[in-house]
Write a protein that binds this ligand. Structure first.
Ligand SMILES: Nc1ncnc2c1ncn2[C@@H]1O[C@H](COP(=O)(O)OP(=O)(O)OP(=O)(O)O)[C@@H](O)[C@H]1O
Length: 277
């Protein structure tokens, strides 16, 4: 059974903008996939559809996660709340509750599994708090457990958000530009963490990134979107300068170019030359 299966997914927003056009994609359990593409190419829209946070066009697509239908032909599954328990979502802006302690934010990750009356802050059991503390230790911020979330650095907040996904027991982790607002060192640590979770826990990871070098370094498979369509789907080794020129078009000058330790670095001049060829 595939981890994620997308068939012929299309999305047109109310303003007539076609954000996704007949996207089909199959992702197997334990894969780590980097989603790249120019601004507006449809990366966030695709991730939000996989999580059932947005619905596709009528009669235009179907998404399954772990063999269960998330949405079909414009209708989101009725049991989406239960399904979301196994789909972790990490956002660029962390989505923590600023005024609550970090550990409470992390405990909230288990909410789909506890009765509603126990979801109020303070009602978490000792076992749940222990599990949250262990998740914080795993992401390296256990010392900040009792600080308000707002007092953490961006990188620490993102690690707390990942700890929340660990507590959630998600089998699939979708990360929408998780490092876009982080400094380079914090970004590297977050990518290392996603990589570790993928390798050690076997969690399927799909991460959208503007930094192509990060995508090709950490993700064995790259999916490139252009104008809402899959332009490339293949091993990161096959991401070439000419492909990037096609993916980023006029954004090329500002596009981050990969520096991959395994291969000769792709330099802007190489890519620009490919673009002109
Ligand atoms: N709620 C919305 N209403 C109308 N158009 C939208 C909406 N959300 C996204 N779009 C449009 O859909 C297209 C795809 O947007 P999306 O945010 O998925 O792109 P992206 O690749 O994630 O971009 P970025 O890298 O800048 O975040 C864009 O043209 C965007 O303007």
């Amino acid at each position: 059974m595939s981890s994620i299966r997308i068939d012929q997914l299309s999305k047109t927003f109310g303003n007539g903008r076609r954000a996704l056009q007949s996207v089909s994609l199959t992702i197997e359990p334990g894969e780590m996939v980097g989603l790249i593409g120019a601004s507006g190419s449809g990366k966030s829209t695709l991730l939000r559809h996989i999580a059932g946070l947005a619905s596709c066009d009528r009669d235009a697509g179907r998404i399954e996660v772990d063999g269960r239908i998330v949405q079909r032909d414009g209708r989101i599954a009725k049991d989406i709340r239960q399904q979301r328990a196994s789909i972790g979502f990490v956002f660029q802006q962390f989505n923590l509750v600023d005024r609550l302690p970090v550990i409470t934010n992390v405990c909230v990750g288990g909410l789909a599994r506890v009765p509603l009356w126990r979801s109020l802050p303070g009602w978490f059991t000792a076992a749940e708090r222990k599990a949250a503390f262990e998740a914080l230790a795993r992401v390296g911020i256990e010392e900040q457990a009792y600080q308000r979330a707002s007092t953490l650095s961006g990188g620490q907040q993102q690690r707390a958000a990942i700890a929340r996904v660990l507590i959630q027991g998600a089998r699939t982790l979708l990360a929408d530009e998780p490092i876009a607002s982080l400094d380079p060192e914090s970004a590297r640590r977050v990518m290392e963490l996603l990589h570790d979770i993928n390798l050690r826990d076997g969690i399927t990871v799909v991460v959208s990134l503007h930094q192509v070098d990060m995508a090709t370094h950490y993700c064995p498979r790259i999916v490139a979107l252009k104008d809402g369509q899959v332009l490339f789907d293949g091993p990161s080794e096959d991401v070439t300068g000419s492909l990037l020129a096609e993916v980023y078009g006029s954004e090329l000058e500002s596009a981050p170019i990969p520096h991959r330790s395994r291969r000769a670095p792709l330099r802007l001049a190489t890519v620009a030359a490919a673009a002109g060829s």
